[in-house]
Structure formats: structure tokens, C-alpha cells
Design a binder for this molecule. Structure first.
Ligand code: ZN
Length: 331
């Protein structure tokens, strides 16, 4: 079963009040890393449940809930960017990458699912699309046709942290639901229940996203990154590059951007925003860093981030960047 988060309780109650006259398409939008997908899936399960409990949540006992929890519900589809298979014609060493787009083929396949009649008496089918901003121009237009002439008994739930990237015509076909982000207190109290150590640091590190904080804290490798970067000119670029490459290019680029942000902050005598624990190390580096070189480095990292999904040699790219980084501190 999907997780429920206390900061979503008011949104849940509001939607339950309109359960009987629900719109055929909802657009859930709000800050990344706050559990919107869990909310969408919980809603889908409750809509398909045969005997929802008093507060509208799924019973967890009926046949429908049974299918749902085994990921085999015939009236439910979750549309997300699909895993790309390695291209057989090129290097076979290239690992399968997660696509960033929902393809038109995926949306067309949905058409087949929607033409079938429901497997249950109520006749409801639910489609969750996450993230909806992963639809490209073609797949968004294919979906738009379905939203304009919705088959009877179909409910679409679109989820996004970037509504500005959606077609205006798609947005106008949906009932928009603003999903609240937790306050710092709510996030910290939830992280305390998860028994996360150093919750405050991790929450700062992820810019206030409790789910990302939990994930970052449990992904052991990411903790090594600031420790390495704190070495400054003593950092071994080749060792660091091979370590970082294993963590995933996009994650490393994000981590680097945050480190640079904080390095600039301490250089300008402002509190670091993301790395509360490395404040002392940052301040020491901030004293010796060459400011204009740091700004150039920042642009290089931004560029590298934009091309992070390209199948380049990531380790080589990281070696170049780390070599550059170690030279930022003339001492
Ligand atoms: Zn049920």
C-alpha cells in the first residue's frame, strides 16, 4: 500500500467531499519530493475499492484491493517514463537508461486499455500519469484527445511538480488540485517517526523535501560526496571521479550544484543553505577559493548537468570536472 502523509490530510478530506461528483481528470501539482504520487495511487486504490472505509480510504481487504496490492489490477494503469532497452546496434556495454519521456506508443497503448469495458460492476477505470511533464509534444497531444472525449467511467490523475511544462490545453481539461508541501515542523516530525538520524541536515540538504531527505540519508554513497569535496585542492580527481560515477550522473551534478551554491554563500559571508554539517570545512575553502574560477566552474557544472542524460563517457567527464575543481583553491 502507498504511504500516507499527514500534510496531505486536508487535501484528502476535500476530495472525499466531492467524491460523488468527481471530475474525470485531476491534476495534482506541488513541490517535488512531498509524496504526490503516493497520494494519487492511494486515491486510485480507494476509488476502485469495493468497500472503502469511513474516511474514504481503501479497505485493504476486498478483491480489488488484493489485485491492487499485487500490482495486477485490471482497471488500473500507471503511466511513467519507460525503461529504455540497450540499443543492440551500438555498444552493448551501455546500461539500460531510464527514459525521461512518456512516449506516444505508451499513450496509444492506453487507448486499447480504455476501449475495453471495466472488469467490475461499477465500471470505473483509473489512469495515473507521473510525472505528467514527461509527456512530449506528440504524446501530450494523443492524451489530449482522450481528455477531450473521455470514455465513460475513466478517471485520469495527472501528477506534476512542473505544471508550467504542460500544454495549456491539457491543464484546462483537468480539475487542478494544489498539493500542499509540509511545513519544516511537519517534515521534521515525520522524519523523526522514520527514525532518521540528522534529519535537520538532510532536510536542508534536499531543500525541504522530506521524501528526498529520507532517500538521500539511506543512499550511503551520497554522504561521501561532500566529504570528498571538502578536501579542496587535496582531492584526488581520478579517485573521486570513479567514486562519483557509480552514484549516477544526475545525482552527482545536483550534489555538485548544491556544494557550489554553499561555497559561494560562505565566500560572500552568508550561511550555507544545504550543508549545515560541513559549515566549517566550507568556510575554510571559501577563504582560498578563486571566485571567478568558481563562477566559471559553476557554469561548466550546469552545462554538464544539461547533458547528463546523453550517453557520454561520464567518468571521463567527471575527471575533467574534478581536476578543474581541485584547481579552484590556489591555497
Ligand atoms: Zn478494498
Amino acid at each position: 500500500m502507498s504511504e500516507r502523509y499527514p500534510w496531505h490530510a486536508p487535501s484528502w478530506q476535500r476530495l472525499q467531499q466531492t467524491r460523488q461528483r468527481r471530475h474525470h481528470a485531476l491534476l495534482l501539482k506541488g513541490k517535488a519530493g512531498t509524496g504526490k504520487l503516493d497520494f494519487a495511487v492511494t486515491l486510485a486504490q480507494s476509488l476502485l475499492c469495493h468497500e472503502p472505509v469511513a474516511d474514504g480510504y481503501a479497505c485493504g481487504q476486498c478483491a480489488s484491493c488484493g489485485w491492487f496490492e499485487q500490482n495486477s489490477h485490471p482497471d488500473f494503469r500507471l503511466l511513467t517514463p519507460e525503461q529504455e532497452t540497450p540499443d543492440e546496434n551500438t555498444s552493448s556495454k551501455k546500461p539500460a537508461r531510464k527514459s525521461t519521456q512518456i512516449s506516444v506508443a505508451q499513450v496509444r497503448e492506453l487507448g486499447g486499455f480504455l476501449e475495453l469495458s471495466s472488469h467490475q460492476n461499477e465500471g470505473l477505470r483509473v489512469v495515473v500519469i507521473h510525472p505528467a511533464d514527461a509527456l512530449n509534444q506528440t504524446s501530450a497531444n494523443a492524451l489530449l484527445k482522450m481528455l477531450e472525449e473521455p470514455p465513460p467511467g475513466v478517471m485520469f490523475i495527472l501528477v506534476t511538480s512542473h505544471p508550467q511544462r504542460l500544454l495549456a490545453t491539457i491543464i484546462s481539461r483537468c480539475q487542478q488540485v494544489e498539493m500542499p508541501a509540509p511545513s519544516t515542523e511537519q517534515a521534521l516530525s515525520w522524519l523523526a517517526q522514520q527514525q532518521l538520524a540528522d534529519a535537520e541536515q538532510w532536510l536542508a540538504y534536499t531543500g525541504g523535501s522530506p521524501l528526498q531527505a529520507r532517500e538521500a540519508a539511506s543512499a550511503g554513497g551520497m554522504q561521501a560526496l561532500p566529504t570528498r569535496l571538502a578536501q579542496g585542492q587535496k582531492l584526488d580527481p581520478f579517485q573521486a571521479a570513479s567514486e562519483f560515477a557509480a552514484l549516477g550522473m544526475e545525482e552527482v551534478m545536483t550534489a555538485l550544484q548544491k556544494w557550489i551554491y554553499d561555497l559561494l554563500a560562505v565566500r560572500l559571508e552568508v550561511q550555507p543553505r544545504y550543508h549545515l554539517r560541513q559549515q566549517v570545512a566550507l568556510q575554510a575553502l571559501g577563504k582560498s577559493v578563486d571566485l571567478s574560477a568558481l563562477l566559471t566552474f559553476q557554469r561548466q557544472v550546469d552545462d554538464a548537468r544539461r547533458s547528463a542524460t546523453h550517453p557520454l563517457n561520464h567518468e571521463l567527464q567527471l575527471e575533467t570536472l574534478m581536476l578543474q575543481y581541485s584547481k579552484l583553491f590556489p591555497g
